[in-house]
Design a protein around this ligand. Structure first.
Ligand code: ATP
Ligand code: MG
Length: 178
């Protein structure tokens, strides 16, 4: 396939369900065409169902940050500083992997949320996007992207919540939300 057409930047954002699942759908398609895919997961706690399936897909490598046990608003300043340091190193690790190993699609799941909660230095992400390998396609997910990230993106898809069962007390279900 002609990989010279690759190199665009995608954002899946909004308050509705489906940002991560949309990114996973793109991984499925890319893997089917023989693309080399890297998924980096930010702000992740427990194991999710997709990790088991992704391990079965050809050409897909998953990098997980250090699993977090707290939301950002539950962390004290020292905990936040530690996570920031870990995430800053994580984005550099992903960037250097994509420069060294053949990578066609890089999915940065919840990277936008990590920036928004100051658990990742957004300038590192922006610097990477501006100097990324020319034919590397990049997907980012998360709520409330900054104007700078929106400006750099070629696709911005917003998933708007009209209804969500969480609002009537139905918590995340295995196989659907996790
Ligand atoms: P998914 O992983 O299901 O595609 P998402 O990536 O769009 O969801 P996130 O903002 O990453 O959503 O949400 C983290 C968790 O909260 C997921 O389990 C997700 O399914 C769930 N979720 C998403 N949107 C809502 C909402 N509006 N209310 C409650 N829970 C939500
Ligand atoms: Mg998500």
């Amino acid at each position: 396939m002609d990989k010279s057409k690759l190199g665009l930047i995608h954002i899946y954002t909004g308050n509705g369900k489906g940002k991560t699942t949309a990114a996973l759908g793109l991984i499925l398609r890319a893997s089917g065409r023989g693309l080399k895919v890297v998924l980096g997961q930010f702000l992740k706690g427990r194991e999710t169902g997709e990790l088991r399936t992704l391990a079965l897909l050809p050409g897909v490598t998953v990098f997980r940050g250090k699993p977090l046990t707290k939301f950002s608003f539950q962390m004290n300043e020292q905990e936040k500083a530690e996570v920031l340091k870990i995430h800053n190193a994580f984005i550099q690790e992903l960037a250097s992997h994509c420069r060294k190993e053949e990578t066609d699609l890089l999915v940065l799941d919840e990277v936008i949320g990590a920036c928004g909660t100051h658990l990742l230095d957004e300038s590192l992400l922006i610097d990477f996007l501006k100097h990324k390998p020319e034919h590397l396609e990049v997907v980012m997910t998360g709520r409330n992207p900054s104007p700078e990230l929106l400006e750099l993106a070629d696709y911005v898809s917003e998933i708007c919540k009209r209804k969500h069962p969480f609002d009537r007390g139905i918590p995340a279900r295995e196989g659907i939300e996790k």
